[in-house]
Design a binder for this molecule. Sequence first.
Ligand code: G3I
Length: 349
Amino acid sequence: MLGALGTGTLPYLAALPAYAKTPAMAAIPYGAAVRTDPLYDDPAYKKAILDHCQIIVGEGGLKWIDLRPDRHIFDFTQPDRQLAFAEEHGLEMRGHTLIWYGAMPEWTETIASAEEARFELVSHIETVVGRYRGRIRSWDVCNEPIADNPTRDAPIRDSVWQRHLGRDYIELALRTTAAIDPDARLVINDYDIEQATDSGRAKRKAFLDLVRDLKARDVPLHAVGLQGHIRPDIPIDRSGLTAFVAELDAMGLGVLVTELDVIDDSLPGPVAERDAAVAAVAKEFLEAIGAACRPEAVVTWGISDRFTWVPIWFTRGDGMPNRPLPLDADYQKKPMMQVIEDFTRSFNQ
Ligand code: G3I
């Protein structure tokens, strides 16, 4: 797989993440969510990351529950180690995530007013983005802001931020991040956007309404993250996804695949058949996006079946381990990795 792109490649764009400025003739950068300890204590895991990735993102570490054990403490141990690994090996690191409803420490339940919510949101972003300014250059500023079943009157998901600040929390988070690091690439990230369902269609509409409103008011926003936690038992709306991406592209917004994996609990057990189905679904998702834009990056939510969140919620009825990722539990390449390699290289001119 491609090695890391250095900032020397296009010095005049040194301020941007290497993959955000990759010349059109290069392949699209690939990356993976990482767990911190195995980066240092599992040589095979480290080799897999270095052999395949140009980008890493912490699966944890930059979430409030990891960073903020209490209101007055920031624990940067994990992201510091992740970033040290990235910088040692010439990889880019994405920041996931500044503002989310999920993985919040208990003390945040005591946030009881708009003033308090504003203070906590702003001071969190100022501290975290300030620490990594110029080093983490692409942030999931807002993660999963769209309601699961958005309506015209309630498009934005409930959260401590939404409850106290309304949808303006999204603008506040984006403007605060841009003020701290004007060169950072600001991303809003969400899931199930690809689904051929009423909720999938409603999420695409709500997401477009949100980004159109933000862009109309010159709120700093550079790209949209399509997570890509694909459910093979739910059809992908190829034309709907392509049209959605085309609208983003027309607004000048970049598109990243940020958390690709295929939730295989509904797929047949036999490994060769399941791996082929996983690869086919990933291909369909990527091609629907690639039909309307050159994605800035393709990132999978983990690189090996050895470390995946999927069994937390989607264990298989036959008791077989899940196989949602590009490498198997022994870090061997699966058809899904070939699909990703073919797709990312298909943009070579
Ligand atoms: O580290 C503790 C461990 O000490 C403890 O023994 C264990 C049992 O309680 O929990 C461990 O922490 C878990 C953590 O993952 C690390 O593995 C948390 O319970 C668990 O909730 C956490 O789940 C993560 C989840 O986000 C919530 O933060 C998943 O690993 C992670 O893959 C998942 O990622 C999300 C993205 O951030 C957003 N998009 C969806 C995606 C999948 O849900």
